[in-house]
Structures are given as C-alpha cells and as structure tokens.
Design a protein around this ligand. Structure first.
Ligand code: PEP
Ligand code: MN
Length: 388
C-alpha cells in the first residue's frame, strides 16, 4: 500500500501539476520542464528552483539514474527525495518531476509527494517493466510522461503508452520525444527522426507531447538548433536539462545548459513563437480579407444584374435615358457615408468607376436585347454620360 507521509502539509501548499498543464494548454502556452539531469545536492536543487521559478512550469530532476555502464554515478536515490521534499516547502509553485523505472521507485516517490514522473527510454523499451509499472500506477492521479524507447520503434513506444493507459486515465499519460540511438550515422547523441515523432502525434493526437532536445543533442551547442526545430513543430512544450555549473555535473555534463544558455534559449523560442503567432494571425486576417473581397464581388455582380433590369424597363416604358440629377443624387448620397476610413475622394473615385461601367453595361444589355444575344454594340460611348 502506498502512503504519502508528507501529503497533508505539502498538498495544502503546492501548485497542482495537472492544473498547471491544463491552463497552459487552454491558453496555448508552451510548457517547459527544466532542471538538472541528476539531483546532486540540496544547494544545487535550490539554485535551480530559484532560477527556474517563472521560467519553467516544472522542475525535472533525476533521482535514480539508469547508466549504460556500471560504476557511473547512479543518483542519490532517497536522499535526493528528501532534498526535493525540503525544496518544495520553499518553492511550492514549482512542481517536481522525477524518473521512475520500478514500482519501488514509485512507492518512494509517492512517499515524498513528487508531482509527476517520466519513464526513461531504457524502461519504455521493455514491455514487462512497463506492465509492472502500469500495475503499480493504477489509481495514481499524477502525470506520467513516456519517453520514446532507445530504438526507433514506433510500435514499442505506442505500446508502452497503451500499457499505462490500461491502468491510468489517458489524461495522466503524456509522451516525450528524446531521439533514437543509431550507430555511427548521426551528429546527435540520439537522432531525432522527426518523421517518427510526427507519426506518433498523428496516432495519438489528443495526448500531451513534449520534445527533449537535450538528450537528442548530447552536446550543448546542438541543443539550440534542435530546440528551435522542435519549436516549429506541434509539441506542447519541451524538457530541457539545466545545471548551475554544467561542466562539473555528475551526469550528462556535455549537454546541460547553464542558466545563461537557458535564458538565451527561452528568448529565441519566445521570439520564434511570436513570429509563428504573427504568421498565424496574418493568415487568419488574410482569409477574412478574402471573404470580404468575395462579398464585394458578389455585391457588384448583383448591382450589375439590377442595372440590366433597369435598362430593360427604360426601354420598355420609353423612360428617358438621360436623367442627369440621378447621377448627382447618387454620388451625393454615397459621399455622405464618407468617414475617416472611406474618404469622400475615395468614394467619388470608386463610384465614378462603378457608374461608368454600369452605363456601359446598360448599353450592352439593351443592344443585346435589340440585336440578339450574340451581337455586341459597335460602340458604347454614346451612353457614357447617361444615368441609370
Ligand atoms: C534523463 O532524462 O535524464 C534521462 C536519463 O533520459 P533518457 O531516458 O531519455 O535517456
Ligand atoms: Mn540526462
């Protein structure tokens, strides 16, 4: 049985991660889950939380590190959970996410009131582990992010998500694209294979979907270009590794961003987002202009049909072609509608043009009526001065 021994104090203070994500989604804001690869000390976490407050929606931090080779730094485990618990007392508005790989990790994490979890690439690759994790997560109402498996295997990734969704409501299950391991063909630590991520999104359009450019890049200087690329795509946000002193980090030191780098990245992503939003707004406004112009053309066409009827009526009843006062009255009436947007000069010019074309059209209509539909009048200038 799981129990959250600190829950009472902590939950009364903390910002709920699911609420944070829902409100970001509603306001179409990208979400940033940022923080160090591993928790290394209380001071390191505190410095990250202090810096990231207001610059990220949640703090990501590794507590148990799945290292490829034994003997490398494997995380501080429960000691790190204690730091996180302490940190949350001071920074209740910064939810914390950690990696879990086993039911035992989940149980410990729940004890310390961790807000959400991610399942790492190595765990996602193993269906047995996913089933075990899924069973232990049954009834847990917290976000679980599923990183793509090490290999570029779309089925395995979707399968891991589906295994969780058997036990957890889909709203708690999200995904992270962190790139795929390939031998010797890529400048990246994990090749993005963007098309595979697009296919994942297509198959799971509703779920939250983030990009992790840090684990794709493997090197600090590549994080920028990958993050900017991801910024153009349809992700709900990003997971980025940030460390107060990346050079001395105990894991993934080559790819973690310094605070200054992170700030610069945020600036370029915000700039990029503004351009994207402006482009979307521009397309929307242009579509409205297209609609306006179509209406304008339809109205002009209706006007010319009316002109044709007037021409027939004048012809039939012998009403005089020339009614000088009508033109003047019409122009005066149109110009009365002038304002700062549509000036009198502009309205005069446009209605002169319409009127002159209407007069030509009237002559053509009458002439066709007299001479048969296929015969056009030799000269329509004679009516140019006339009014309809
Ligand atoms: C991490 O996020 O620190 C991590 C180990 O991720 P991945 O599973 O993508 O390698
Ligand atoms: Mn890492």
């Amino acid at each position: 049985m799981l129990f959250d021994k600190h829950a009472i104090t902590y939950y009364s203070l903390a910002m709920n991660l699911m609420d944070v994500l829902s409100s970001a989604q509603e306001s179409q804001q990208k979400v940033y889950l940022a923080g160090p690869c591993s928790a290394e000390s209380y001071d390191q976490l505190r410095s990250c939380a202090q810096f990231l407050q207001g610059k990220a929606q949640a703090l990501r931090v590794g507590v148990w590190k799945p290292r490829s080779r034994p003997g490398e730094f494997e995380g501080y485990g429960e000691k790190a959970l204690e730091w996180i618990y302490q940190l949350k007392m001071e920074f209740p508005n910064l939810p914390v996410l950690i990696e879990i790989a086993t039911p035992a990790h989940l149980e410990k994490a729940m004890d310390y009131g961790i807000d959400g979890f991610w399942v790492g690439a190595r765990t996602t690759s193993n269906p047995f582990m996913m089933d075990e994790l899924a069973s232990s997560l049954a009834g847990v109402q917290k976000l679980v992010l599923v990183k793509n498996p090490i290999a570029a295997d779309l089925g395995l990734w979707l399968g891991a998500v589906e295994r969780l969704e058997k036990k957890l409501s889909a709203r708690y299950v999200a995904a992270i694209h962190r790139g795929f391991c390939v031998w010797g063909q890529s400048q990246y630590r994990n090749h993005p294979f963007w098309e595979l991520a697009l296919e994942f999104r297509k198959q799971r359009p509703e779920g939250l979907f983030y990009c992790d450019p840090s684990h794709m890049a493997g090197r600090r200087n590549l994080v920028f270009e990958l993050a900017c690329c991801a910024g153009q795509l349809d992700y709900d946000g990003m997971m980025v590794e940030v460390h107060p002193r990346p050079q001395i980090a105990l894991s993934d030191s080559k790819q973690q961003l310094s605070f200054t780098d992170y700030e610069l990245l945020m600036q370029s992503l915000t700039g990029q987002q503004k351009i994207k939003n402006s482009q979307e707004e521009l397309s929307h406004l242009r579509a409205l202009i297209d609609q306006c112009d179509s209406q304008l053309i339809a109205n002009l066409r209706s006007r010319f049909h009316l002109i044709e009827s007037i021409a027939q009526l004048k012809k039939k009843t012998g009403i005089q072609w020339f009614q000088a006062d009508r033109y003047q009255q019409m122009m005066a009436k149109r110009c009365k509608e002038a304002d700062s947007c549509l000036s009198e000069d502009f309205l005069t010019e446009i209605f002169n043009l319409i009127h002159s074309q209407s007069v030509k059209w009237q002559a053509l209509a009458v002439s066709n009526h007299q001479q048969g539909q296929d015969k056009k009048p030799a000269n329509t200038h004679w009516v140019d001065r006339e009014s309809h």
